[in-house]
Write a protein that binds this ligand. Structure first.
Ligand SMILES: NC(=O)c1ccc[n+]([C@@H]2O[C@H](COP(=O)([O-])OP(=O)(O)OC[C@H]3O[C@@H](n4cnc5c(N)ncnc54)[C@H](O)[C@@H]3O)[C@@H](O)[C@H]2O)c1
Length: 281
């Protein structure tokens, strides 16, 4: 069996964000190995031999609009992978970078995505129980205008206070709500997300700092390790543990899969669900 054919990326145009580091960089390396024409975007320098490396702040409307003409007119797969940690005082920026900018970019590129193409996001285990916030998330999802979204966020400080979590809940809700929308289903464009657990990447130090009330990285690291490592499987994931499955999700291998938010966390969220289910008895 020809594995490159199985993935279906050979000579296909793929757009991927956040490729300068971490999970997206791993995904990008695999996509190149599989023969894709990769167009990669990041706020930082991308040091991979991609077809085109573009530098842009994808939380900024003008910069997203500037990057659009640089991308191909036919796209087979779009991977949205960039994000920042949820620092206090940066609640609005986190929404724009981690969700609304990704939704905006997706909807701008959707007409260029070929029939049977795919859109794949990186969400997070932090979005767990996103279903409970679905109605609020749908309000943001239904906004198309950038400035209207900014006003909505400013009018809902209580919802964006837990900024990283809310943005990722919106992402999972987006996947769930859009998979049967005509603009996706009529052209058989698949939309999915992976929800990674604790992974050592370029974001780890920021996650450590933002998890501590005082911004102390050591304190935050101890808290995170206590939650994700000590009580669980004992080790963090590597970027490839997430980047490779992401590529699979967006590939022809998963040609019948859409609307899924897949947890890649060594069963951590299943253990949370298990506890909740036995406690509710
Ligand atoms: N690391 C974890 O434990 C973890 C867990 C769950 C989910 N995630 C998610 O995984 C995804 C990948 O992150 P990672 O952990 O590999 O981190 P990373 O920092 O290694 O990679 C993120 C990339 O996004 C880029 N980026 C950040 N802000 C940007 C902006 N405004 N415009 C353009 N590019 C921008 C960064 O430069 C970086 O290259 C993110 O969506 C993150 O939320 C990470």
């Amino acid at each position: 069996m020809d594995l490159k054919k199985l993935f279906g990326f050979e000579n296909k145009n793929v757009v991927i964000t956040g490729a300068a580091s971490g999970m997206s960089k791993s995904a990008c390396e695999l996509l190149l190995e599989l023969g894709a024409n990769v167009y990669a975007i990041d706020i930082n320098t991308i040091d991979l031999p991609v077809k085109k490396a573009l530098k842009a702040d994808l939380g900024n409307l003008a910069e997203i609009d500037k990057v659009l003409p640089e991308l191909p007119s036919n796209i087979d797969a779009l991977f949205l992978c960039h994000a920042i940690a949820g620092y206090k005082g940066k609640e609005l920026e986190v929404q724009l970078v981690n969700f609304f900018g990704q939704k905006y970019l997706t909807e701008k590129l959707l007409p260029r995505i070929n029939d049977h193409g795919s859109v794949s996001f990186i969400s997070s285990v932090g979005a767990f129980s996103w279903e409970q916030n679905y109605a609020n998330c749908l309000e943001v999802i239904n906004i198309t205008d950038w400035n209207e979204a900014v006003s909505w966020y400013k009018n809902h400080p209580e919802l964006i206070a837990n900024s990283y979590v809310f943005a990722k809940q919106c992402m999972n809700s987006y996947v769930n709500s859009k998979c049967m929308s005509p603009e996706f289903i009529d052209r058989k464009i698949r939309i999915n997300a992976i929800n990674p657990g604790y992974t050592l990447t370029g974001l780890s130090d920021d996650f450590n700092k933002s998890s501590s009330a005082t911004g102390n990285a050591e304190e935050g690291k101890a808290m995170i390790e206590n939650m994700f490592i000590n009580g669980w499987n004992g080790y963090a994931a590597s970027p490839k543990d997430m980047g490779y499955p992401l590529v699979v999700v967006g590939s022809s291998i998963c040609s019948y899969m859409s609307g899924q938010c897949i947890y890649i966390d060594y069963g951590l969220t299943s253990s949370w669900r298990h506890q909740a289910l036995i406690n509710s008895k």
